[in-house]
Design a protein around this ligand. Structure first.
Ligand SMILES: *[C@@H]1O[C@H](CO)[C@@H](O)[C@H](O)[C@H]1NC(C)=O
Ligand SMILES: *[C@@H]1O[C@H](CO)[C@@H](O)[C@H](O)[C@H]1NC(C)=O
Ligand SMILES: *[C@@H]1O[C@H](CO)[C@@H](O)[C@H](O)[C@H]1NC(C)=O
Ligand SMILES: *[C@@H]1O[C@H](CO)[C@@H](O)[C@H](O)[C@H]1NC(C)=O
Ligand SMILES: *[C@@H]1O[C@H](CO)[C@@H](O)[C@H](O)[C@H]1NC(C)=O
Ligand SMILES: *[C@@H]1O[C@H](CO)[C@@H](O)[C@H](O)[C@H]1NC(C)=O
Ligand SMILES: *[C@@H]1O[C@H](CO)[C@@H](O)[C@H](O)[C@H]1NC(C)=O
Length: 376
């Protein structure tokens, strides 16, 4: 009889929820499934206040995309975590979505547009909360530029993945950092010499300030990645900056993040330090604005070689300083492969600049019309 009752009533209970109870219910986004340690919030994998902090297994088109630990009081994420597997170029024009299950756990598993929603949202920010203040963007934690395909890009446009971020910080050194880490991960995080894979966690530190009396304006933001390199050695890098106009981004290590922020982002295996870990020659250009500057390239080619996928093994570590319009003149040498890659990178940078302008153009209201006039 009991079994019968269970069978009858179980289907009424939602089997799938994407606002899940614990981080382990949303696997695949942390190095060795080990989540960060964030004092007073997340300790030993346990969320200390489960009323306030919600684990969102970010889902779009019935596919899980990434993970966010969301602070329903501050109405901003604590962090978003994702697996970087290489990225497609382009940025979709997209309306921002919300997370239905933060309001009603029986609602649909997929993030969706606000207009499809009829009740008032108590537990999260909505798009209109970000309007009327030109100083702050809806700053992505998991950026669209790090997503592998169109649907994955669309999934990053959810407000539970955004914080009020100083506009010039977002479009300046923070976006520079995103280009830099994308380049580093694509060149160095090649698992088993075949697949790009890195684990990234990006977070925001709460302050005492609010935007529109609703969302907390984070004082600092941080981002770190860890991966098992081609040669089987783990590598990690961390970056952080103050969320202020024209804010700078400082390169750090995940160990320094413990000293500086009191958080531990990755498990100890990401701490393995090797001399060659600092070789970021290929991405030097993309990382050039970051402080402290990337160590100068040394010419230790032999150990450098081991960090590249076979078909891009460089014959030189000196990046050409020619303009991006120069065509590779050498025949099919690895030098031209590298050169080609760098041209791709430069195109990406130009495209990103265009995207930033487009995003500014897309702002709602009269200011955007004025802005468009200025840009054109
Ligand atoms: C947990 O968070 C809720 C909502 O922010 C708050 O009302 C409650 O006091 C918190 N509980 C503890 C033990 O801090
Ligand atoms: C896009 O990438 C995700 C991984 O984030 C994958 O699950 C999904 O199948 C991909 N979609 C397409 C259309 O390739
Ligand atoms: C980034 O910060 C550096 C100083 O660290 C500054 O010189 C540079 O102009 C900034 N870049 C942008 C795009 O804001
Ligand atoms: C590594 O890649 C090779 C093919 O290049 C494949 O045969 C092997 O199964 C892969 N190993 C792992 C652990 O994925
Ligand atoms: C934007 O928000 C900040 C922080 O709340 C506030 O200091 C500033 O006055 C706001 N600007 C406008 C134009 O509302
Ligand atoms: C890193 O990857 C290599 C090659 O795939 C593998 O042999 C090694 O066990 C991995 N290292 C760790 C610590 O898992
Ligand atoms: C960024 O760094 C540059 C150079 O170190 C400095 O001049 C500038 O004031 C910094 N910007 C901010 C907002 O701290």
């Amino acid at each position: 009889m009991l079994l019968f009752l269970l069978l009858v009533f179980l289907p009424a209970v939602p089997i799938e929820t994407e606002v899940v109870e614990t981080l382990t219910d949303c696997p695949g986004y942390f190095v060795e499934e080990t989540p960060p340690e964030i004092p007073d919030i997340l300790v030993g994998g346990n969320i200390l206040n489960r009323t306030r902090y919600k684990v969102i297994c970010q889902t779009l088109e019935d596919t899980r995309r990434f993970l966010t630990l969301y602070d329903t009081k501050n109405k901003i994420p604590v962090f978003s975590a994702y697996r970087f597997i290489g990225a497609q170029p382009g940025r979709p024009k997209e309306d921002w979505k919300i997370e239905p299950q933060l309001e009603d756990t029986n609602d649909d598993i997929n993030m969706r547009l606000l207009e499809d929603y009829t009740t008032i949202l108590d537990n999260q920010a909505v798009d209109s909360d970000y309007r009327n203040n030109q100083s702050y963007d809806r700053g992505h934690l998991y950026p669209s530029s790090h997503a592998p395909n169109e649907s994955a890009k669309l999934s990053t446009f959810t407000l539970t993945n955004a914080v009020p971020q100083s506009r010039t910080f977002n479009s300046g050194n923070w976006s520079q950092m995103e280009r830099c880490t994308k380049c580093l991960m694509e060149h160095y995080c090649i698992r088993n010499r075949t697949v790009i894979e890195a684990f990234v966690v990006t977070g925001a530190e709460q302050s005492d300030e609010k935007l529109n009396d609703k969302m907390n304006i984070p004082s600092r933001m941080w981002s770190a990645f860890c991966c098992n390199r081609t040669d089987g050695v783990w590598m990690s890098k961390a970056y952080w900056g103050h969320n202020v106009p024209n804010g700078n981004v400082t390169e750090s290590s995940h160990e320094e993040m413990t000293t500086n922020f009191g958080i531990q982002i990755f498990p100890p295996l990401c701490s393995v330090r090797q001399k060659s870990q600092d070789k970021t020659t290929l991405c030097k250009k993309k990382c050039k604005f970051l402080t402290p500057s990337v160590p100068p390239a040394d010419k230790d080619e032999t150990s450098e070689k081991t960090t590249f996928p076979p078909n891009t093994t460089p014959t030189t570590t000196t990046p050409p300083t020619t303009t991006k319009m120069t065509q590779p003149t050498t025949s099919i040498t690895s030098r031209s492969v590298i050169k080609k890659k760098q041209e791709d990178c430069e195109e990406t940078e130009d495209r990103n600049k265009k995207e930033i302008e487009e995003e500014e153009n897309n702002m709602e209201g009269e200011e955007s019309i004025m802005k468009r006039v200025f840009i054109i």
